[in-house]
Design a protein. Structure first.
Ligand SMILES: Nc1ncnc2c1ncn2[C@@H]1O[C@H](COP(=O)(O)OP(=O)(O)OP(=O)(O)O)[C@@H](O)[C@H]1O
Length: 609
């Protein structure tokens, strides 16, 4: 059997990756098996979120199922020789040739499409950063006293990161504002927007046109609400005037909507030729934005505008390709020694959220730092308020679900109207590490559906049922991850599924819904950008690569009040030891050497490609 076929058989590549390699073989039947296998693996890597495949690490991408041993890969030197000799493989120097669908840099193989996205993104960021930045000298006289008013901590702590972020936002065209939950990212954004408006007024200019966006409708709604609450408090305290408050929008939209989707096209209305009508673009939950979307977003920001990307790079990266926010943070952190990132990153460390019921921060920190003993000791001693550890088996789970989860979901059926049902749905959610298998979201959804409405055969289209759309449908204005509630109208007994969309609460006929599945149990990946009062986090019984530090951190931090962790000690320990590695070439695009990448020179960045 060829290596290519063996990879398909062991599920190391998908049928679609295999078909991609076969298409290359049809073009050139003499293409060696090693090249075809590398092509299929590079395509499979994209599906796992990697934008490049370091061939030396390719074995790490093979499935880790205990009884399905993946085939051995070719020795690296031979593999590289075969690739270099292939008509389908470009080195970056001759990457302009369109027939070369793969690009090989050192031992890093990429699909040309994603290689180009990374370069386009880096070029677009450099264009923004290159544009003349306003001189900080304009503001200095008034800025410091004003900062001290808006950021009172500055008086006792000159290193207050929130104030540093605000200062940076006035100077840099590109700002990455990062931090964990409750570290004050939104609070800081509100205040730095105030400063941007006031700075323009002091220069005698009109207020900057500000646009706010987030990858999902839920995250956008949360950003808008949270900014408005902060601004209203500043207004009430007399710290800003009504004109300043009015200059800052209180509505955020999804990134797709901001860019203007065109039905059935992957390009948007706004691009470099038709940039967004904005002087300042703020994108929250940026860790969820994948590489192609981030590229199109940054290209659509006008050359004279500023861009702020807000997010938590410790969370799992976007389900799609590219650990974009993390890669940009990497590049920013290594500037100027190793890279030339055209902006600034400010990280907020301190959590300010005071929840009487929940003390998650020390556990989240131990997991982030990989300190398994600290985390497990704390869990075993019930030291983290609001965190409960159930070291139980999956066999015991259905009874627990019936007792603890089902009452929350039953409450949806008794709600007064669809809006109240959707509000109630935010109170509780079962989260899983995996989609498949006995601990996966598919199995737990099937159990929960059967408990809630035994007449259903697995779908959630019943009164009070929660359904999640799993594909983008621009026609419906529904996007992958949007969750709706089934609602039977008392007058005509017809069931509709109601969604909170960009344009408000909307009903959809079940037959008209895009692809969907029950949403009583969500994978942690799908839960990103959402928060719930209470969460049950279910881990598998056998160790798997999917359980990582980032997955645990993201799953736990979805909760506002209480989380139950259903997991054995071994799984937790293995998960805390593992990092959700994503391979990306983006940081290298900023013309730097990153440690471990074995580059010999730090070439200067030279856009555009
Ligand atoms: N410097 C500060 N001093 C006191 N309280 C603060 C400070 N910064 C933020 N807070 C409070 O901490 C809470 C969390 O702040 P905020 O919502 O801005 O955090 P966030 O990082 O945006 O959170 P999320 O992860 O939910 O997006 C809010 O109640 C806010 O008022």
């Amino acid at each position: 059997m060829t290596l290519l076929d063996a990879l398909l058989r062991s599920a190391a590549v998908r049928a679609v990756d295999h078909a991609f390699a076969l298409a290359l073989r049809r073009i050139d039947p003499a293409t060696p098996d090693a090249v075809l296998a590398a092509a299929a693996l590079a395509a499979a890597a994209v599906a796992q979120g990697h934008s490049v495949l370091p061939l030396a690490c390719a074995h790490l991408l093979l499935p880790d199922a205990p009884n399905d041993t993946p085939p051995p890969l070719p020795p690296l030197a031979e593999w590289l020789d075969a690739l270099r000799a292939s008509r389908f493989v470009a080195s970056s120097a001759d990457a302009a040739s369109e027939t070369r669908v793969l690009v090989l840099e050192d031992d890093r193989l990429a699909l040309r499409r994603y290689w180009r996205y990374e370069r386009r993104l880096a070029a677009a960021l450099c264009m923004l950063g290159d544009a003349a930045a306003p001189s900080p000298a304009d503001h200095t006289a008034w800025l410091e006293p004003r900062l001290a008013q808006l950021f009172p901590l500055l008086r006792s702590d000159p290193g207050d990161a929130q104030a540093i972020a605000a200062r940076a936002a006035l100077v840099h065209r590109v700002l990455l504002l990062t931090g964990g939950p409750g570290t004050g990212k939104t609070t800081t954004v509100a205040r730095l927007l105030v400063l941007a408006v006031e700075a323009a007024a002091r220069r005698g200019e009109p207020a900057p046109r500000i646009l706010l966006a987030a990858p999902t409708g839920k995250a956008a709604a949360r950003l808008g609400e949270s900014l408005r609450t902060t601004l209203d408090a500043l207004l009430d305290d007399g710290l800003i005037d009504a004109a300043t408050s009015a200059a800052i929008p209180s509505a955020a939209s999804t990134v797709h909507r901001l860019l203007g989707t065109i039905p059935n096209r992957s390009v948007f209305r706004h691009d470099a030729a038709q940039p967004l009508a904005a002087d300042l673009v703020v994108v929250d939950e940026a860790s969820m934005v994948d590489l192609p979307l981030m590229t199109k977003l940054v290209e659509a920001v006008s050359r004279h505008a500023r861009l702020m990307l807000i997010g938590d790079p410790d969370q799992l990266p976007s389900v799609e390709t590219g650990n974009v926010l993390s890669a940009l943070c990497d590049a920013a952190d290594r500037t100027p020694e190793f890279a030339a990132f055209p902006g600034r990153r400010v990280h907020l460390h301190r959590s300010h959220r005071q929840a009487a019921q929940l003390d998650l921060a020390p556990l989240a920190a131990a997991i982030r730092e990989g300190e398994a003993d600290v985390a497990l000791d704390g869990l075993a001693a019930a030291r983290y308020r609001g965190v409960e550890w159930q070291q139980s088996t999956l066999r015991a789970l259905p009874a627990w679900l019936r007792q603890h989860a089902v009452p929350h979901y039953r409450a949806l059926q008794l709600a007064a109207d669809p809006q109240q049902a959707l509000d109630l749905a935010r109170r509780y959610r079962v989260l899983t590490a995996l989609r498949a298998g006995p601990s996966g979201s598919l199995a737990l959804n099937a159990q929960l559906v059967a408990m809630l409405d035994p007449s259903r055969r697995g779908d959630a289209l019943f009164h009070g049922g929660l359904a999640m759309v799993v594909q983008n449908s621009y026609r419906h204005g529904l996007f992958n991850g949007d969750i709706g509630v089934g609602w039977r109208d008392a007058h005509d007994d017809r069931l509709h599924v109601w969604f909170d969309t960009d344009t408000g609460l909307r009903p959809f006929a079940p037959t008209a819904l895009p692809a969907h599945e029950p949403a009583f149990a969500l994978t942690v990946h799908k839960s990103q950008g959402s928060e719930f009062d209470r969460v049950l986090l279910v881990l598998p019984e056998h160790d798997t690569r999917a359980v990582s530090r980032e997955l645990l951190y993201t799953g736990l931090t979805r909760t506002r009040e209480h989380v139950t962790v259903w997991a054995g000690e071994d799984i937790l320990r293995a998960g805390i030891a593992r990092r959700a590695q994503r391979y990306s070439g983006l940081a290298r695009c900023f013309g730097g050497i990153l440690p471990g990448l074995q580059e010999s020179t730090a070439g200067a960045f030279a856009p555009p490609w």
